[in-house]
Design a protein around this ligand. Structure first.
Ligand SMILES: Nc1ncnc2c1ncn2[C@@H]1O[C@H](COP(=O)(O)OP(=O)(O)O)[C@@H](O)[C@H]1O
Ligand SMILES: [Mg+2]
Length: 344
């Protein structure tokens, strides 16, 4: 069943909005750790802990409660921010919370906000997912190996499920699909994270340029765009995972060059002598330069590479599909042998 519509996003035009934001800001959160409810304490917030990652907006730390390990994203918001900006920060919280029904998005446990002199400290608690796809690339470069196609397949299908959920259930697009925001656990379950700049589609279109340039679809530099710009970013991310380098950052990172390359060069492709026909064709579809030719999620789900590697939403090994059971186990085994071994 799809989750209820986003309360916060709907509230925007509504006079209850101020009240809603005020309640959020006063919120003394509780954590729901897979059924166990605990009050969030200052100790959980302040505890020095291992950094799991950092991005343009926040730092993410490992934290724990009585041995249960989870992740804490910290965002500092200046207290004089405009209502619109505050709305953008709170949207990440709201959307992550609404994604609880989707196993392909990082699971939300709770949040906490408090105000210090001139800023709000904002914490989002979520499940800890040990590896990012960016880490996988680094690790493969270090050990001189490639990421096999069945792992690429698992990533591709899971991200498509996550993006389709965002689009169909919440009418939003992610806008920052890239390897650092794609996470994988020890059993090979893939989860999309970082809903910080996702956008509500108004009449199916969004406009702003928020996001990471090397992954941006050509149409994002020109006009309004829709969910198919996330499809492009997934295509670029998969090429990067397959070749262990981003196809758009080889000639330096200058913004003007990048915009030119994305806008007017032919889309990146994978070498058919190295990769299977169905992966090469999958990538060429995701990276259709003209957005009108780029497939939507329902069409992507029909492509051979997707069908070959997809494990349905709630797949548990049943023995009825030995090939899928085998693939499911193989991803876990690949992680054991490649991501866990040696120095990280
Ligand atoms: N739940 C999580 N478990 C483990 N690592 C995470 C988790 N969420 C984020 N990270 C890591 O932290 C990095 C920054 O988090 P992210 O939410 O992307 O912040 P930003 O909005 O600043 O980009 C991610 O790229 C990822 O490597
Ligand atoms: Mg990020």
């Amino acid at each position: 069943m799809p989750p209820k519509p986003l309360k916060l996003l709907r509230m925007r035009q509504n006079e209850d909005y101020e009240e809603y934001v005020k309640n959020l800001l006063d919120g003394k959160g509780t954590l729901n750790l897979s059924g166990i409810r605990v009050e969030i304490t200052m100790d959980m917030i302040r505890r020095e802990s291992q950094t799991l990652g950092s991005g343009g907006f926040g730092n993410v730390y490992e934290t724990n409660y009585e041995g249960i390990v989870f992740a804490r994203k910290e965002i500092k918001i200046p207290s004089q921010v405009s209502k619109e900006e505050m709305h953008r920060y709170l949207r990440e919280l709201d959307v992550t919370r609404q994604c609880k029904a989707c196993p392909f998005v990082v699971k939300f446990y709770g949040y906490y906000i408090y105000r210090v002199v001139c800023e709000y400290n904002f914490y989002i608690f979520m499940e800890k997912v040990p590896f990012s796809a960016a880490f996988m690339i680094e690790k493969m470069l270090k050990i001189g190996k490639e990421i096999p196609e069945f792992v690429l397949g698992r990533i591709a299908c899971s991200v498509v499920h996550a993006l389709r959920f965002l689009k169909d259930a919440l009418q939003i697009i992610h806008r920052d699909v890239k390897p650092p925001n794609i996470l994988m656990d020890y059993d090979g379950r893939v989860k999309l994270c970082d809903l910080g700049i996702c956008a509500k589609l108004e009449n199916s279109t969004a406009f702003s340029r928020a996001g990471s340039y090397p992954y941006m679809a050509p149409e994002r530099f020109k006009e309004g765009y829709d969910d198919r710009s996330d499809v492009w970013s997934l295509g670029v991310s998969l090429v990067e995972l397959a070749e262990l380098k981003n196809p758009y950052t080889t000639n330096g990172n200058q913004l003007q060059h990048l915009i030119e390359a994305i806008g007017s060069h032919p889309s990146p492709t994978l070498n058919p002598k190295i990769f299977s026909d169905c992966l090469v064709m999958f990538i060429s579809q995701l990276l259709q330069h003209d957005v009108k030719n780029r497939p939507k999620y329902a069409q992507i789900e029909q492509l051979e590479f997707f069908v070959l590697h997809d494990l349905p939403f709630t797949y548990i090994g049943t023995g009825k599909s030995p090939k899928k059971d085998q693939e499911r186990q193989s991803v876990g085994k690949w992680i054991d042998e490649n991501l866990l071994s040696g120095s990280n």
